[in-house]
Design a protein. Structure first.
Length: 208
């Protein structure tokens, strides 16, 4: 947890931005305890309406450490997200977000594909564009095939340290696009209840 976490959250809110907490997962400790640590360290940021849901960064697992890889890592993130759901949203329909990228998700197939429950969580997919350019449409945002069991994506991290800069941010930073309308964005932030999830559906021919 950053020493200036609370101060940064306050400054971002004062600037009119929606704020959420992000956790880099480690498979070397118990997923339940780690989810509880995340909740405590972030003061439950993401619980209240207007706050972004907590995000679990699932991108690091050393296969040589785990004889049952990839099943170990898939079971780990499933347990982590289930506990996070209970901690943040046990009495609502909101869900924490899982972040991953094509190569990592690919090395965890077919175990990942068989964990159907994971496909229900909002996916933040790091599908980088070579030039870092802003996608001209949502349909063209994801340049890699979605990993099973996910059939839709909610956020696409389309660029990291290349491409256009973000106004108000010094130096390169990650850039993401949200898959939905203004009304969907309000649902994602817990400001209203969902009417339909059809806006998130992505056809197979949208990914290559």
């Amino acid at each position: 947890r950053a020493k200036n976490f609370d101060a940064l959250v306050g400054q971002l809110r004062d600037a009119g931005l929606s704020v959420g907490a992000y956790h880099f997962c480690s498979h070397d400790t118990d997923p339940i305890q780690q989810a509880r640590f995340f909740n405590a360290a972030s003061n439950g940021l993401g619980t209240h309406p207007g706050e972004l849901p907590p995000m679990a960064d699932w991108e690091h697992c050393t296969p040589s450490y785990y004889p049952d890889h990839p099943q170990h890592c898939v079971s780990w993130i499933a347990a982590f997200l289930k506990e996070a759901k209970e901690l943040w949203y046990h009495d609502s329909e909101r869900l924490p977000v899982v972040y991953t990228y094509p190569n990592y998700a690919g090395t965890h197939q077919p175990a990942l594909a068989q964990e159907d429950a994971l496909g229900e969580y909002p996916l933040c997919y790091a599908s980088y564009r070579q030039d870092g350019a802003v996608p001209v449409s949502v349909a063209q945002a994801v340049t890699h095939r979605l990993p099973a069991p996910f059939k839709r994506w909610t956020l696409c991290q389309y660029s990291g340290n290349v491409g256009v800069l973000v106004p108000g941010v010094r130096g390169p930073c990650d850039r993401q696009v949200f898959n939905g309308s203004t009304a969907d964005w309000a649902v994602f932030r817990g400001l209203s209840r969902p009417v339909s999830m059809s806006v998130f559906e992505v056809k197979e021919d949208h990914a290559t």
